[in-house]
Structures are given as C-alpha cells and as structure tokens.
Design a protein around this ligand. Structure first.
Ligand code: GLN
Length: 505
C-alpha cells in the first residue's frame, strides 16, 4: 500500500512539495479522499470545496514547475471555520439564519491563505455563532470526537479540531472568544493557539463578541501552528484593533523550543486554575508536564491570580452584551433566511421577529436575552458595569503575574471529552468548560494548548501556556519544548494513540 500522505505534518508536506517528491494535487486529493471516507461519521465539515481546492492545487503545482518563488506553505491544504467569510463559498456560522448565504468578499486571513496558495478544503462545523463548548449547538448537527464518536470534540470550533485530529486536514483556522480554539484542541489531542488580541485581523470574521474574538491556528504540531500563525497574522488596516507592529518570530521560537533548552525561562503555575473541579487524570498529566519542563531547565513557581475566580461570571455578562448587539444585524432583510409571520400583517418588525424566532437556536436566544437585559438602563451598572470592572482586575492579575514570570500555565480544560448530550440541558455545566481559557480573552493575552497525554479514560488532555500581549513567541518556545519532551517519552505523536476510524469505501 502506498504511503498515507494525510499522516504527515504540514511542515513535512511543505518540505516534500519544495523537494518535488509530492504535488499539491496529490496532497489535496488525499485529504478529499479522507474526508469522503470518514466525515460521514465525524461531521467536521459543513461544506467541502473540492473543485476550488483542486484548482488552487493545480495552479500552485504549475507555478512551482515554472520556478516561481512561493510561500513556504504553498500547496498545503487547509480547512476554515465557518464563522470566517469566504467569497463564493457558503458561510453559515453554524446557524440556520445564514443558510445558503454566499459572502461577496473574503476575510483578510482568507485573502492571505489564498494569496499564499493553500488549497481550501472547506468550511468546518461549529456551535451556532461560536456559542458553546461541544459543537452540539450547531444548527446542522454535532461534530464527533475522532477519539470516540460518542463524545464531543469541544467547541465552538469542534469542526476544525476534529478535522485536524481525524487527518482530514493538516491545518485549520479556528476562532477563540473564550476558549473555542484551545478547549477543542485539548479534548481532541491537537494544538490550538489564540493569538494576542489584535494579532490576527478580525476583518471578515462574523463577530460574536468583538472585544474578545481572535482567529488562530489549529494543527497537529506546535511548529505547524507557528507557520500558520505567521501566515494569517500581522497588521491589517481594515481592522481598527489590529496591532500595527510585526509579529515576533514565531517559527524561530518553535524551532528553538524544540531543541529542548528552557534554561532561564520562568514558568508560573496559576494557583486558581488547578485543584478541585479538575479531573484526576488531567491533574496528573499536568503535574508530570511540569516535571518535564523543570527537567529542561525552566524554573517553575506558583503564582496567584485571585480575580480569575470571577472571570467566568464577568465573561458571561460581557459576551452576551456584545453578542446581542452584534447579532442585531440578522433581521431577515439583509442576509440569509427571511421568514414571514404565520398569520396577520407582514410588517418589517413582524418579519424580523419571525426570522429571528425561526433562524436562531436556543443558546443564541438565551444569550441575546441575557445581553439585552445586562445592558438595559436599570441594570447596566449592576451587571455590565460590574463585569467590566472585574475584567480590569483580571488584566491587573496578569500584569502582576508577568512581573514575576515569563509565562503562566494551567490545564487547558477541566475534563476530557464528555459524552454527546451530557451537558446539553445544563448551560452552566457547559460554560464551566472554559474556566481556564476565558481569563486570556478578557485580558487580550495569547494562549496555546498542546496535548500532554491521555487521562485514565484513554482520552487526550491539554496543557495551556499563556504569555503577555505581543509575546506570542514564548508560547511557541515553551509549547514546542514540552511537545518534544512528551513525544520522546511516548515514542511518537499523541494522535498515534487514538483508535483508527472506520473508513467508508
Ligand atoms: N465556550 C465559550 C462560549 O460558549 C467560548 C466560545 C468561543 O470561544 N467562541 O462562549
């Protein structure tokens, strides 16, 4: 049997393309075949753009033969979360209200991906408007975890994480407002990075909460994330919150980390993000990883961030407030679904009500109600105002912590993947999955999740690294060092420990 190209890392695919031992058409076709074979079970994709991907692949192969100077990732296929707009390719954000909508423009990050010549395999499944931790709030049905098809792949970006974990794509883009890149990474055994706020353009992202949203890489290795981050990141004049500076050297940092030397690195364990509420196996793997980091020369100390305890509460007031305002544009007039009232006069207001009533799912409605309530005149100070004060206190905790240490670390998620349906009727239980990831979004600092073993239940767990704003390079250095040390102890990448999916002919 010929070699399975989908098992390579993106960096290895890129190297083989440059060496001329594989073509982009071969790589792209191998991934389209893999999607056809397993996505009926996994359901990572909402839309597969086979023709578009193969056209890009052919173009890149021809340009390479012609001796053109190409981007290092040219020809390596990628999947994009369906909350990112793509010209000529359906974009639903996992919602019925956008069913059939085909955007007239590309997000900046998509423009960069296309300009660099990465074939876009398709759009990945997600919780509706990125609200959720399990992908079960998708209006198009859940994605399943490749490690165990009865379990959730995390959320909201479960589709991107599952696609990468199931070898349907070597690279994917996700978005992270409270953990939606990192938590899916943790529960699927993949790497996910939320860049510094303003580090990757938000132009063309369907906004959930504009002050928290960031797009970032989803991959199988830390180096692959660095390669993708450098491609999609950097200043964009079309996003007013974009940082007008070059990114720090991320690929270099990942390579340096992989050499296994962390001498001089001060690592802070966040006291508040460990302990009760974290699954035993998650805690055990976390403690072992700290030992490995010490072994590489890092100094590991404990750091208290006392206000992190209130971060989840503040987030669930700030996020719904911003979301209720951002989602007001879905009015049945401009995009996607338009529903008319079942009876009575067809006024603009009644069309809006009917469209939103039918087009939005329960979780979206719940957050719109919460947000409009928190912002209402009589309650603004008590809820939204207080939450903003807590946000400042969380930012100050980070500032004080980063005076003492270079990076902070914690488990990424409190538990491994739970069973589909287990938390669907309990919003608070669902929200608690992001207890460790949310503080970074409130403060705008970058975070990375790298797989650090399997728990007693045989399911993967993740290790989170947090760095000061604009110091994303530190994530890659520590992440790559830990990844290398762990792989040495396991004898290979973590996904080699996942059971094989049944392949449909
Ligand atoms: N799970 C969190 C929420 O439901 C995070 C979502 C996200 O990062 N997009 O809000």
């Amino acid at each position: 049997m010929s070699e399975d190209l989908t098992r390579l890392t993106a960096a290895d695919m890129a190297a083989r393309l440059v060496a001329g031992t594989v073509t982009s058409v071969e790589l792209t076709q191998a991934h389209l075949d893999r999607i056809a074979a397993v996505d009926g079970d996994v359901h990572a994709f909402l839309h597969v753009s086979a023709d578009d991907a193969l056209a890009t692949a052919r173009d890149i192969d021809a340009r390479r033969v012609a001796g053109e100077d190409l981007h290092p990732l040219a020809g390596v296929p990628i999947a994009i979360k369906d909350v990112v707009v793509t010209r000529g390719m359906p974009t639903t954000a996992g919602s019925k209200i956008l069913e059939g909508w085909v955007p007239p423009y590309d997000a900046t990050l998509v423009e960069r991906v296309r300009a660099a010549g990465l074939p876009i395999l398709g759009k990945t499944n997600m919780d509706e408007f990125a609200m959720g931790s399990s992908t079960e709030h998708s209006a198009y049905g859940p994605t399943r975890n490749p490690w165990d098809l009865d379990r959730i792949p995390g959320g909201s970006g479960g589709g991107s994480a599952a696609a990468v974990a199931a070898f349907e794509a070597p690279l994917a883009v996700g978005t992270d407002t409270g953990g939606s890149i990192r938590q899916p990474g943790a529960v699927t055994g993949t790497v996910g990075v939320k860049p510094t706020y303003g580090g990757v353009s938000r132009y063309g992202l369907i906004a959930l909460a504009s002050s928290l949203d960031q797009a970032g890489p989803v991959t199988r290795t830390v180096l692959d994330s660095a390669l993708l981050h450098e491609l999609i990141g950097g200043h964009d004049p079309r996003d007013s919150t974009s940082i007008a500076e070059d990114l720090p050297p991320l690929v270099d940092a990942a390579r340096r980390g992989a050499s296994g030397d962390l001498r001089g690195m001060r690592i802070g364990v966040v006291t508040e993000l460990d302990g009760d509420g974290y699954q035993e196996g998650v805690r055990a793997r976390f403690a072992e990883s700290l030992d490995l980091l010490r072994g590489l020369g890092a100094e590991v100390v404990e750091v208290s961030c006392p206000h992190f305890e209130y971060a989840l509460g503040a987030y669930y007031l700030i996020l719904p407030s911003e979301a209720s305002s951002n989602l007001a544009k879905f009015d049945g007039m401009r995009f996607g679904l338009r529903a008319e009232p079942a009876e009575g006069p067809v006024t603009a207001e009644r069309v809006m009500a009917a469209t939103r009533g039918q087009g939005f799912g329960d979780e979206v409605k719940r957050r719109i109600i919460l947000g409009t309530y928190a912002l209402s005149a009589g309650y603004y100070d008590a809820y939204y105002g207080s939450a903003q004060k807590v946000r400042t206190l969380v930012q100050r905790d980070f500032d004080a912590a980063f005076e003492q240490v270079d990076v902070l670390v914690s488990p990424t998620a409190p538990t491994t993947a739970f069973e589909l349906g287990a938390k669907l009727d309990d919003p608070l239980a669902m929200y608690l999955n992001d207890v460790a990831t949310i503080p970074a979004n409130l403060a705008g600092v970058p975070g990375l999740s790298v797989p650090n073993g399997v728990s007693d239940d045989g399911l993967p767990v993740g290790f989170q690294v947090l760095a000061p704003a604009k110091a994303d390079d530190r994530l890659y250095r520590v992440g790559a060092a830990l990844e290398r040390a762990l792989e040495t102890s396991w004898g290979g990448p973590i996904l080699a420990q996942a059971p094989e999916l049944e392949v449909k002919p």
